[in-house]
Design a protein around this ligand. Sequence first.
Ligand SMILES: Nc1ncnc2c1ncn2[C@@H]1O[C@H](COP(=O)(O)OP(=O)(O)OP(=O)(O)O)[C@@H](O)[C@H]1O
Ligand SMILES: [Mg+2]
Length: 391
Amino acid sequence: MTGWRGWSVRRQDALLTALVVVIGVADTWIKPSNGLLTGQPTAVAAVTSGLVGSVLWWRRRSPGVVAAVIMVGYVITFTPVALAVAMYTVGEAYRRIRTLVRFGVAGCAAGVLVLWAGPPDWDLRAAAFTLAFILGPLVVGYAVAIRRDLAIEAQATIDAMERERHLLVERAQVGERARIARELHDVVAHRVGNIVLTAGALKVGPEARGAPAVARAAELIRDEGHQALEELREVLGVLTPGRRGRQNRPAATAPQPDASQLDKLVERSARFGRPATLRIDGHPETLPAPVQRAIHRIVQEGLTNAAKHAPGASVGVVVECRVDGVEVQVTNGHPAGGDRYVDAPPLPPSGGNGLIGLAERVALLDGKITAGPYDGGYRIDAFIPHRPAAP
Ligand SMILES: Nc1ncnc2c1ncn2[C@@H]1O[C@H](COP(=O)(O)OP(=O)(O)OP(=O)(O)O)[C@@H](O)[C@H]1O
Ligand SMILES: [Mg+2]
């Protein structure tokens, strides 16, 4: 614990005690009254004064006992400064008025005793001054303590209000997330559902009879749409916790994609006629879950972008676990048949969100990502450092 100008409380107390001892000893030589020791050899009174002052060292641990001992010492050798400090400490330490009154009365009694034991030249003014020097510090100590209590209470109220505000903001965010999730569902699920149904009908319809390529393509479209609906449902489950499904079961939480599914991603790309190579150095499946998720999303977006923006180009995926982090590269070559074929099917809608999303994801993990033309094709290059484990 530190206090005045960064001094520890022990150092402050040591200084205060030493000061009171010095004042008590010096005071003994110059003042005519030394309590019950008035008239005794000054050296004896001085040593006693010093001893009384030194008791203040324990004032924080046992303020009441220290005050009682110093009151006795005060009567014996008149040590007003030590008593003032002891009374201040009592005022600061106790909150019960009855206790404070008891100490006040005992202090005044000690003051009267000292006046009685000292030289008989005191008058009412001197007596009032003596008692004020005893009661004043008691009142000041009490006021300081009350002020400190009020400040602590005010701080506690501010903290509670701050916590409440956080809770309200959090609740509003949860509500907003749920609203967006429902919106997402209404917009996407209906149309993807139509695609799945149409593809299913196409697969078993007359168009596919005797045309295995058409049947295969229809099946792929149906599977992919089905998968998209599943993932959408799972993401909705995360966004709207507590929401219950049709069978009144809690919505499932999304199984998070990880680095162990990279080969599946590449395989699926090949099923759609977009083969890619995958090289994994090290064991990315042992990395923290958020890093694995980021790797998965980078490869997924890279494969999708290559298929979309560079159809027919060769694609290579490299995941390299290094000492300082993991590097992920998705590189595609030049699109086959020029930048785009003349009779190429129209591009799926482009939101321009894919790379932005990846950049945000990687930045959250303190990583870096670059994406741009590379050797006639395109490359996404991301690096995510290992972070020291949270303490
Ligand atoms: N492999 C690539 N080859 C050529 N251009 C690319 C490639 N990947 C990305 N780009 C360019 O970068 C742009 C941004 O890509 P980004 O993935 O952010 O958006 P998008 O793919 O167009 O849409 P979406 O939001 O669906 O991902 C693309 O519009 C495209 O011009
Ligand atoms: Mg994209």
